[in-house]
Design a protein around this ligand. Structure first.
Ligand code: AMP
Ligand code: FES
Ligand code: ZN
Ligand code: ZN
Length: 314
């Protein structure tokens, strides 16, 4: 197996590019794909201050490293979700990255700072845990960006994530979600700009990037997300990709090219309902009190939920 660029020994094959790459040219490919996504969707300007939401997993740590390599001023944000046996370990991977690379990290801890955790919040909502978790994360990302004066929040969503979410939204024709499924959402009404610079890279590539760059990451999936639909859609798309390399890319980028505008005109949510300030926390909201403060009030009053003994790590 030879590198497409230099004919030296290749370490990875990427079937959707119909090519193999050596270490240096694979790392360059990753940087180039991120730079291309940033340019293609006007995600960032050279002087922007970026807050990278880092979970301790491969995608967000790779993203942070890539943005720094590309010359962006990028700080990290880690949110401790209070999931026993998972959150503490995830935080350790993030802190180790920060120490080794001398970066700046903002930390928020749901239990210590907000008085509740994701398992308890999930129990009071009686919905899938990821919904209370996602709501809390989005709120805390927005707040940290506002308070820190960052221009944009970057998350580590990759091509597999975005294609799977798109597939799920298409199966149910969730038109409002489809209209908002863009890799860049401009700032509006007190919400920061949101960007997903990894949309041109797959999970397999971000994992290889971390290994080759010596980035140690949390390999476990969140124990509360086990069996969720999103993971099933990813498997389905992976099966399809084996038979038809490039299928995920074509599905997602074809949608952005040819269909997303049909679901919203501006795509940034402008023109939606008027927003006021949350009476509790001041965050932009359509109601009197924002969804996060309502969830937090219920979760703080509830009996804390134990998730059971920590899972063994590989
Ligand atoms: P997930 O929703 O877990 O698939 O994560 C999607 C993205 O959200 C990750 O790539 C990170 O950028 C960000 N993220 C997830 N969990 C956390 C966390 N605990 N703290 C900070 N960012 C997170
Ligand atoms: Fe949110 Fe697991 S990380 S439910
Ligand atoms: Zn090469
Ligand atoms: Zn609020």
């Amino acid at each position: 197996m030879k590198c497409r660029v230099c004919r030296g020994p290749a370490v990875i094959d990427i079937r959707r590019h119909n090519s193999n790459f050596c270490v240096d040219h694979f790392l360059k490919l990753c940087r180039d794909q991120v730079a291309k996504a940033i340019k293609q969707f006007s995600m960032l300007e050279p002087g922007d201050r970026v807050l990278v939401a880092v979970s301790g997993g491969k995608d967000s740590l790779a993203l942070w490293d890539l943005l720094v390599e590309l010359g962006y001023r990028a700080d990290g944000l880690y949110v401790g979700l209070g999931i026993d046996g998972y959150s503490d370990v995830s935080g350790e991977f993030v802190r180790r990255f920060v120490e080794e690379r001398g970066q700046t990290l903002v930390e928020v801890d749901l239990r210590a700072d907000e008085g509740f955790d994701v398992p308890t919040a999930a129990a009071v909502t009686r919905r899938v845990p990821c919904s209370a978790c996602g709501l809390s994360k989005r709120h805390l990302f927005d707040r940290a960006a506002r308070e820190g004066g960052y221009d944009a929040v970057a998350t580590g969503h990759n091509l597999d994530d975005e294609a799977a979410v798109l597939f799920g939204n298409l199966l149910k024709w969730q038109t409002d979600y489809l209209g908002r499924q863009r890799p860049m959402l401009p700032a509006r009404d007190g919400f920061p700009r949101k960007v997903k610079p990894l949309v041109r890279l797959t999970e397999r590539e971000t994992a290889a990037y971390c290994v080759l760059r010596g980035i140690d990451y949390q390999v476990e999936e969140c124990p509360m997300a086990a069996g969720n639909k999103h993971l099933g859609f990813k498997e389905t798309l992976n099966d399809l990709e084996v038979r038809s390399p490039g299928a995920k890319h074509d599905l997602y980028f074809g949608f952005l090219d040819r269909a997303v505008d049909r679901f919203t005109s501006a795509g940034d949510g402008s023109g939606d309902v008027e927003l006021g300030a949350c009476a509790e926390c001041g965050a932009p909201t359509t109601g009197e009190v924002c969804a996060f403060c309502r969830l937090a009030a219920r979760a703080r009053d509830a009996e804390p939920v134990a998730l059971g003994p920590p899972r063994r790590r590989r």
